[in-house]
Design a binder for this molecule. Structure first.
Ligand code: GLN
Length: 195
C-alpha cells in the first residue's frame, strides 16, 4: 500500500509515522504529480484556511477532487472534504464548533464498526458535521454532534487519531484502501475485516 499524506501544512508527520508503523509506504503530497500511483490519501489536521490557500497555490484543487482512491480526512482534513471546500464528501462541516482553544478536549468514543474498547479521541479546535446527505453514515457522536463519518471509501473524523498510540482508525483506513473493509452500513454485524 502506498498512502499519500497531504503535506502542505498541519499534522502530516504524525500520520506518516503511524502509517509507517502499520507497514504502509508513505509519500508526502505537495504537488499534483505526487498523487499518481497512490492507493489512498490522508488529509491531516491543521488550519483549513491555510490549507485551502496551499491547495490553490499548488494547483491541487482539481487533482484532489478527481482523486479516485480512498481518502481519510482528520479535523481540518474533514473540513477540506466538505461541500464548501473540495466537495469530496456530502457533509457540511462547522469549524471550531466546540468553541475555540478552550474547547480542546479528549473523549472516549464509541465508533460504529470499531472493535474493542472506546477510542480515546483528541479534539483540538475541532469541527463537527452540521449536515450531511443520505449516503453519509455517521459513525460517532459527541453530545449528539456527528464527529466521524464514512461515505463509500471516504472517511472523516473531527479529531486527531494520529496522536497517541491507538492505530485502529488508520488500520480501518488501510483496510478500505486494500478493499477488505466491510462498508459500515452494509454489515449485519457492524464490523470490518481486519487487514
Ligand atoms: N480549527 C481548525 C480549522 O478550522 C481545525 C483544527 C485542527 O485541525 N486541529 O481549520
Amino acid at each position: 500500500m502506498l498512502i499519500g499524506v497531504l503535506a502542505l501544512q498541519g499534522g502530516f508527520a504524525a500520520h506518516a509515522k503511524m502509517l509507517l508503523e502499520l507497514a504502509a509506504d508513505v509519500r508526502e503530497v505537495r504537488v499534483p504529480a505526487d498523487l499518481e500511483g497512490l492507493d489512498g490519501l490522508v488529509i491531516p489536521g491543521g488550519e483549513s484556511t491555510t490549507m485551502t490557500l496551499g491547495i490553490e497555490r499548488e494547483g491541487l484543487g482539481e487533482p484532489l477532487r478527481s482523486f479516485a482512491k480512498p481518502v481519510f480526512g482528520t479535523c481540518a482534513g474533514l473540513i477540506m472534504l466538505d461541500r464548501e471546500h473540495l466537495g469530496m464528501m456530502d457533509i457540511e462541516a462547522r469549524r471550531n464548533a466546540f468553541g475555540r482553544q478552550v474547547r480542546s478536549f479528549e473523549a472516549d468514543l464509541e465508533i460504529e464498526g470499531l472493535d474493542g474498547p472506546p477510542l480515546r479521541a483528541v479534539f483540538i479546535r475541532a469541527p463537527w458535521i452540521a449536515a450531511h446527505g443520505e449516503d453519509v453514515q455517521i459513525v460517532a457522536e459527541v453530545d449528539g454532534h456527528a464527529v466521524a463519518a464514512q461515505q463509500g471509501d471516504v472517511l472523516a473524523v473531527a479529531f486527531h487519531p494520529e496522536l497517541g498510540s491507538d492505530t485502529r482508525l488508520h488500520e480501518r483506513f488501510l483496510a478500505i484502501c486494500r478493499g477488505t473493509a466491510v462498508a459500515v452500513d452494509l454489515a449485519d454485524d457492524p464490523g470490518w475485516v481486519a487487514p
